[in-house]
Design a protein around this ligand. Structure first.
Ligand code: TNX
Length: 554
C-alpha cells in the first residue's frame, strides 16, 4: 500500500484561476470537515448520539450481497492466523492470497503466512469451486468458529469475497498503521453473492486536470472494496493529451503540457501507463483507455498543424468549453493518425475495450463523424479490440457488442433516441445518466466544486435510478452495466475528486452489483454511515452529506 497523497487547500488554490474565488470560501479539507447537519434518517434517537452503534453484517457489506444469513457468535483472528490456499492452488488464487495477506499485515501486525493446507484456528481458506451459478465474479463466504472459507469459480470471485471479508472486519483494518489493541473479530455469517451486471465502472478525467500515477492508484484502491471492475481513463481532451504516443511524440510533450486554468499538466509515459494497467489488473479491475475523438481534440490539433483542415495549429486550450474542435475527415493524415495512435494504445492495453469517446462532436458534420468513428473502430478491430464510446457513437456504424455509454439526462429526447438506436444496432449500453451518475455534479446548489448543467445531485438522487428501466425502449437485455464518471474541469486534484466521488460512487456500485429487490434508500444511507470511519482510516476524502448519520458508527 502506498501512502495517500494529500493536497492542502492552499496548494489547490494555486492550481487554477478558475477556482480562485470558490477556494477563498472554503478549502476541500474545510468542506469535508464541516460538522454534519442533523441526520435525516437512521439516526440514534437524540440523547444517545454519543453511544456508538455496532453495525450489523447487513449494514457492513456494501454493495448489498445477493444473500446473507447471520448466525450467533464470531471468529477472531490472532498472531497464529494464516491464509490457506489448499494443497494445489492456482497461480491466480495465490495472487488473491498475497493481496489479502499484504492488506492484513500492517493493521493487525500479524504475519499472515500464505500456506498450503492448515488446521490453525482463525484461518482464512481460499478455495476454487462452488456452483456454476456463482458465475465469473460470484463467491460464497462462510464464517465458522475456527475458519472462514471463501469459495469461487474464479480468482475474481475470490477477490470480491475477500472484499466482503474486509468489510466484516473492524474499520481499523483500513488504516495504514498498526492498530494496537483492536480485537480482529468478524461476525458469523454465510454470504452467497454475484453481481447483477457484468460492467461496473468508474471513469476519471485526467485530461482536464492531470493526476499523477500515485493519485490514480489511490482512486483505484478506493474503487476496490465496492467491487467495481472497470476503470475508464479519459486520456485525451481539448485541454490535454496524457499518454505518450511514440509515433506522434508532440501529443504528450506539447499537448500534455498544460491543463484547465493554464497550470502545468503532465502525461504518462508508456511504462507508467502499463504499470497503472497492471496495478488495476492485480485488483481485478480492467482499464478502458479513452482517446476522445473526433471532437475534444484541441490538444492533438494544437500539437500537429497538419491535423487541421486549414493546416494551422490552434493555440493550446485551457478553458472549459466543449464542442469546438474536430479532426479533419478529408485529410489522409487523419487516418494515419488514428491508425498510429489507436494502434499504440491497443497494443499497451490488455482489456478488450478501447474507448474512442465520440461525444459532443458539435463541430463535425454527421457524415464526417460517421467516417472517422468507423475508421477508428476498424483500427481497433484490426488490433483485436472492441469499440467503447459514448452513446453518440450509435449514430455511426457501431459493431454489435461494442459499448455505448449513455450519459443523457431524464427526458432528453435526442439522447434517448440514440440509446434506442444503439440497442437496435446491437450495442451494449452502460448507463451513466448525467443527472444521477455524474460525480462531478454538485451535491447542493452552493457546493464549492463541481458543475450543475445536468442537475444538482444529492446522495439520495445519485441512488434513485434503475439501469434496467432508465431509458424507455432499451430492453434490459441490452444493458451491460453502470458507469460513474468524474469530469475534472473544476477538480484540481485527487482530494477534490474523492470529495465528489465519495460517498456517491458507492451508490452507483451498489446499483450495478446488488439485486434490484434489495434497493432501498434508508438502509443504503446507513450502509454509507458505516463506511465513514473506514474511508477516514483509509485516507479517502468524502463529503459528509447531511443526508447520512455519519456520527452513528464513529
Ligand atoms: C459532458 S459527458 C462531457 C464532458 C464534460 C462533462 C462535464 C460527455 C461524454 N461529455 O466533456 O466534461 O459534460 O460534466
Amino acid at each position: 500500500m502506498h501512502p495517500r497523497l494529500r493536497t492542502t487547500g492552499l496548494q489547490a488554490a494555486a492550481v487554477t484561476a478558475l477556482l480562485a474565488t470558490s477556494l477563498a470560501l472554503t478549502s476541500p479539507a474545510a468542506q469535508a470537515a464541516d460538522p454534519p447537519a442533523p441526520p435525516s434518517s437512521g439516526a440514534a434517537p437524540s440523547g444517545q448520539t454519543a453511544a456508538m452503534d455496532v453495525p450489523t453484517p447487513a449494514q457492513r457489506i456494501l454493495p448489498t450481497p445477493r444473500s446473507l444469513e447471520t448466525r450467533k457468535g464470531s471468529l477472531t483472528f490472532d498472531a497464529a492466523s494464516v491464509v490457506d490456499v489448499g494443497r494445489h492452488p492456482k497461480r491466480s488464487t495465490l495472487g488473491v492470497a498475497d493481496y489479502l495477506a499484504d492488506f492484513l499485515r500492517t493493521p493487525t501486525g500479524y504475519d499472515w503466512p500464505v500456506v498450503r493446507g492448515s488446521k490453525a484456528p482463525g484461518r482464512v481458506v481460499l478455495r476454487t469451486g462452488g456452483p456454476a451459478s456463482l458465475g465469473t465474479e460470484g463467491y460464497r463466504l462462510d464464517v465458522g468458529t475456527k475458519s472462514v472459507t471463501i469459495e469461487a469459480r474464479t480468482s475474481t470471485g475470490l477477490f470480491h469475497g475477500v472484499q466482503t471479508l474486509r468489510q466484516l472486519m473492524p474499520a481499523a483494518v483500513e488504516g495504514h498503521q498498526r492498530a494496537e489493541g483492536t480485537t480482529w473479530s468478524i461476525p458469523r455469517v454465510r454470504v452467497s453473492d454475484s453481481p447483477r451486471y457484468p460492467v461496473r465502472g468508474a471513469m476519471l478525467d485526467v485530461a482536464r486536470h492531470f493526476m499523477s500515477v500515485d493519485e490514480v492508484k489511490a482512486y483505484i484502491d478506493a474503487m476496490v472494496p465496492l467491487k467495481l471492475n472497470t476503470f475508464e481513463l479519459h486520456l485525451a481532451d481539448d485541454q490535454g493529451w496524457r499518454l505518450e504516443i511514440r509515433s506522434w511524440p508532440r501529443l504528450a510533450t506539447y499537448g500534455g503540457a498544460l491543463e484547465t486554468g493554464g497550470t502545468k499538466g503532465g502525461y504518462y509515459t508508456q511504462e507508467q501507463y502499463v504499470d497503472l494497467v497492471a496495478y488495476a489488473k492485480a485488483r481485478h479491475i480492467t482499464v478502458v483507455p479513452e482517446i476522445d475523438l473526433p471532437g475534444h481534440t484541441n490538444a492533438a490539433l494544437s500539437s500537429y498543424a497538419e491535423l487541421n483542415c486549414d493546416g494551422k495549429a490552434p493555440a493550446p486550450y485551457t478553458g472549459t468549453d466543449v464542442g469546438f474542435s474536430s479532426l479533419c475527415a478529408d485529410k489522409d493524415v487523419t487516418y494515419r493518425f488514428l491508425s498510429d495512435v489507436l494502434g499504440e494504445v491497443a497494443a499497451l492495453t490488455p482489456g478488450k475495450y478501447v474507448s474512442i469517446g465520440g461525444d459532443e462532436a458539435h463541430s463535425t458534420t454527421q457524415a464526417d463523424y460517421t467516417k472517422m468513428v468507423d475508421a477508428a473502430q476498424k483500427v481497433l478491430r484490426q488490433h483485436g479490440k472492441r469499440m467503447w464510446g459514448w452513446h453518440q457513437t450509435a449514430s455511426a456504424d457501431p459493431a454489435k457488442k461494442s459499448i455505448a455509454a449513455y450519459w443523457g439526462t431524464t427526458g432528453s429526447k435526442d439522447d434517448i433516441a440514440l440509446a434506442q438506436e444503439a440497442a437496435r444496432k446491437g450495442q451494449r449500453l452502460v448507463m451513466a445518466p448525467a443527472d444521477h451518475a455524474y460525480l462531478d455534479m454538485k451535491y447542493d446548489p452552493t457546493f464549492t466544486y463541481g458543475q450543475d448543467w445536468a442537475a444538482v445531485v444529492p446522495v439520495s438522487d445519485s441512488y434513485a435510478w434503475d439501469p434496467a428501466t432508465l431509458v424507455a425502449g432499451v430492453p434490459s437485455s441490452a444493458v451491460a452495466g453502470v458507469l460513474a464518471p468524474v469530469w475534472t474541469e473544476t477538480l484540481p486534484d485527487i482530494t477534490t475528486v474523492e470529495l465528489m466521488a465519495f460517498p456517491r460512487l458507492a451508490g452507483i456500485a451498489q446499483i450495478g452489483w446488488s439485486p434490484r429487490r434489495t434497493h432501498d434508500l434508508e438502509p443504503y444511507l446507513v450502509q454509507l454511515a458505516v463506511q465513514g470511519p473506514r474511508w477516514e482510516a483509509a485516507g479517502v476524502n468524502f463529503y459528509r452529506s447531511p443526508e447520512v448519520a455519519w456520527h452513528r458508527f464513529g
